[in-house]
Design a protein around this ligand. Structure first.
Ligand code: G3H
Ligand code: 13P
Ligand code: ZN
Length: 309
């Protein structure tokens, strides 16, 4: 099956009340871990690539590795640009064969974001590629905001409706309290599901995207720290909350940090237990296996899969 856009995946997600997992890829082991898991679970999957990933792995390598994944499996796979910073990067990805691009204009004013997103939508749609846009700001744990300022960072439901109407974007990333990385909450995890519901009422047919949605799996954090790591107090979004998000209309859930933790924890373990090991295959295989395991767990317990239909 050739690469697909996210259109059908999101239709299925909205019908069934489960989100589709979107996983960041940076190298061969990560791609294989994710795709093997999705294949085993007969699940659609979104492979996403950031500008940083393109800089690291280089575009032709990423494309060829994803093509290899597509050729050797029979599941729907979408190739998506994550956090496209400008029109040029989005165009480069559309031209390179991506089936979906994100233009992240969230750092700009509303009007500038509309203008930039519309420009990307016009180009991408002319080539059959779908576009994710972002409205609202994902807070970092260090962003010490008071309640009034905090509300201003979340996506405004009325603005979301106007934004989607004016840009024609295919899906919308929103801010309801998640943040990127391993430190998402100082105290208890809290997401503004009330805002999600209001957004969904305003734009019921637009698939919603949740960034910063790693669970920050406690066992992996513990394993990293046990074998020489230093990431104390890391905390993510509990699986139950992610399921609730899917039920309330989130169609795409982004995961990168959990992949990083799985890889790092398992490499650290090999280095800690076998200091004489220096064959990369000996520490990259367990890392790849661990990625497969956590992605399978997520598909089985949190995300949409054909097995759930
Ligand atoms: O949201 C950001 C993703 O985790 C990608 O991170 O830009 O370091 O590749 P990156
Ligand atoms: P995490 O850092 O929670 O994995 O979020 C990843 C993400 O949103 C990629 O766009
Ligand atoms: Zn993100």
């Amino acid at each position: 099956m050739p690469l697909v856009t996210t259109k059908k995946m999101f239709e299925k997600s909205m019908k069934e009340g489960f989100a589709i997992g979107a996983f960041n890829i940076n190298n061969m082991e990560i791609i294989q871990g994710i795709v093997d898991a999705a294949s085993e679970k007969n699940s659609p999957v979104i492979l996403q690539v950031s500008s940083g990933a393109i800089k690291y792995a280089r575009m032709p390598y990423l494309i060829k590795m994803v093509e290899a994944a597509v050729e050797t499996t029979n599941i729907p796979i979408a190739l998506h640009l994550d956090h496209g910073p400008d029109f040029e990067t989005c165009k480069e990805c559309v031209d390179a064969g991506f089936t979906s691009v994100m233009i992240d204009g969230s750092k700009y004013s509303f009007e500038e974001n509309v203008e930039l997103t519309k420009k990307v939508v016009d180009y991408a749609h002319s080539k059959g590629v779908v576009v994710e846009a972002e409205l609202g700001k994902l807070a970092g744990i260090e962003d010490d905001v008071n309640v009034a300022e905090g509300d201003a960072m979340y996506t405004d439901p009325d603005q979301a409706k106007e934004f989607v109407e004016r840009t024609g974007c295919d899906s919308l990333a929103i801010a309801i309290g998640t943040s990127h990385g391993a430190y998402k909450f100082k105290g208890e995890a809290k997401l503004r599901f009330d805002i999600l519901q209001k957004i969904k009422e305003k734009i019921p047919n637009t698939p919603i995207v949740l960034h910063g949605a790693s669970t920050v799996i406690p066992e992996l954090v513990e394993m990293c720290n046990k074998f020489g790591g230093d990431i104390p107090g890391a905390k993510g979004v509990p699986n139950e909350m992610l399921k609730e998000a899917g039920r309330l209309g989130v169609s795409k859930i982004n995961v990168d940090t959990d992949i990083r933790l799985a890889m790092t924890a398992n490499i650290r373990k090999v280095f800690g237990e076998k200091p004489s090991e220096f064959d990369p295959r000996k520490y990259l295989s367990p890392a790849r296996d661990a990625i497969k395991e956590i992605v399978e767990f997520k598909i089985e317990n949190v995300f949409c899969s054909s097995n759930k239909a």
